[in-house]
Design a protein around this ligand. Structure first.
Ligand code: RFL
Ligand code: PHB
Length: 395
């Protein structure tokens, strides 16, 4: 088999890249380890920046999100039992974010791919990438007990943090930067109306909490928990009880509880790989970087990597120019490090760090107090939260 681009991974990065390449007439095949149902069962991101919405529109998959997505013009910060609104719209000259689940983005991309009759090979085993230091790379995999090879011009590693692509790069050619946080997020999805029309980010002495949502009838809540906690040990009742203790009196009163339809613990990590291009192999999305979810940047960064990568591959395949692929890594990394900094800062500001004691808590509260009262502080927060423009800082 032969194609122009083999994409490893059918998460949001791989599917979005496939769609953008298809729109430009570039052939691609996607290989995915899991089944489509499994990919859709992973509950993750919920907040989309305008830059992401623009890329989804370019890919032609924004019809449903325009109808069903919830536009948010602000969010609340809760500390010392009081809530304070960050008005994104007035602080950023009219910008907003959209609440629309990653599952729905993935479903829209899967549907578009199927409607166009494009090839995604699910439930592949033992994907291996070959000769990406040359201009004739290939990818092999096993499916139903048989081994197959696809030759191609380029390989896109969109296979997430635990994927095979980054792991195949010789260690002398790659540098990795990592910070692991001493806690995780316990997330619950429930078919209950959200406690508030906007998101609430909570700094409490008992630890961080987040009140998010997927629709007007479906809520997503998170609690900071120690890494040693096991999800099985958290009953629904225990979750709601702990959430209540971290909320302000008004939210506590409005909270509607119900059975969880998904419950999981995610560790928090900051991670960056440099560079993101190795000959004819390109990494994109979680395969190249991870942010802690506090700033809601992971999926949005994946979308901008894919925007830069699709532009570069289209230029290489259609116009036979390598300018885009030569700049891919540098362009992405500038944006990634800015989002890493913001996500690390927001995580540090909102979570309880056991080793920092009451002094740490007081310093966080002083910074939050400054943020809500200083227009410069609020604006810095808001412009990072809505996402910096695609060409920010470029000459
Ligand atoms: P994914 O989604 O991990 O997809 C990678 C795909 O590759 C497949 N794969 C392989 N396929 C073939 N062969 C192999 N050897 C393979 N190895 C792996 C996997 O099965 C999978 O299908 O990466 P991608 O596409 O780069 O997408 C990244 C996003 O999923 C991620 O950044 C976000 O979910 C992060 N994130 C958030 N991002 C936001 O922008 N806003 C948010 O509000 C937000 N909230 C979150 C989040 C992530 C969370 N967790 C669980 C980490 C909240 C949470 C709790
Ligand atoms: C979510 O709804 O899953 C979500 C929202 C905002 C975040 C992180 C996660 O910052």
């Amino acid at each position: 088999m032969r194609t122009q681009v083999v994409i490893v991974g059918a998460g949001p990065s791989g599917l979005l890249l496939g769609q953008l390449l298809f729109k430009a007439g570039v052939d691609a095949i996607i290989l995915e380890r899991q089944s489509p149902e499994y990919v859709l069962s992973r509950i993750r991101a919920g907040v989309l920046e305008q830059v992401t919405l623009d890329v989804l529109a370019q890919a032609g998959v924004d019809q449903r999100l325009k109808k069903e997505g919830l536009v948010h013009t602000g969010f609340d910060l809760l500390f010392k039992s009081e809530r304070h609104r960050i008005d994104l719209e007035s602080l950023t000259g009219g910008q907003k974010v959209m609440v629309y689940g990653q599952t729905e983005v993935t479903r829209d991309l899967m549907d578009a791919r199927q409607a166009a009759g494009l090839t995604t090979i699910y439930e592949t085993n033992d994907v291996a990438i070959h000769d990406f230091d040359s201009d004739h790379p290939s990818v092999s995999y096993e499916k139903d007990g048989q081994r197959h090879t696809i030759t191609c011009d380029f390989i896109a590693g969109c296979d997430g943090f635990h994927g095979v692509c980054r792991a195949s790069v010789p260690s002398k050619s790659i540098q990795e930067f990592e910070k692991v946080y001493p806690f995780g997020w316990l997330g619950v999805l429930s078919d209950t109306p959200p406690v508030h029309e906007e998101l609430i980010y909570v700094n409490s002495t008992r630890g961080f909490a987040l009140c998010s949502q997927r629709s007007t009838t479906r809520s997503r809540y998170y609690l900071q928990v120690p890494l040693t906690d096991k999800v099985e040990a958290w009953s629904d009742d225990a979750f709601w009880q702990e959430l209540r203790l971290r909320l302000d009196p008004e939210a506590r009163e409005h909270l509607v509880t119900g059975p969880s339809i998904e419950k999981s613990i995610a560790p928090l990590r900051s991670f960056v790989t440099e560079p993101m291009r190795f000959g004819t192999l390109f990494l994109a999305g979680d395969a190249a970087h991870i942010v802690p979810p506090t700033g809601a940047k992971g999926l949005n960064l994946a979308a901008t990597d894919v925007k830069y990568l699709s532009d570069a591959l289209i230029e290489a395949c259609v116009e036979k120019s390598h300018a885009g692929i030569d700049h891919y890594s540098t362009r992405c990394l500038a944006r990634i490090w800015r989002a890493e900094r913001f996500s690390w800062w927001f995580t540090s500001l909102m979570h309880h760090f056991p080793d920092q004691g009451e002094m740490g808590q007081k310093l966080q509260e002083a910074e939050l107090n400054y943020l809500i009262h200083s227009e410069a502080g609020s604006r810095t927060m808001a412009e990072n939260y809505v996402g910096l423009p695609l060409h920010f800082g470029e000459k």
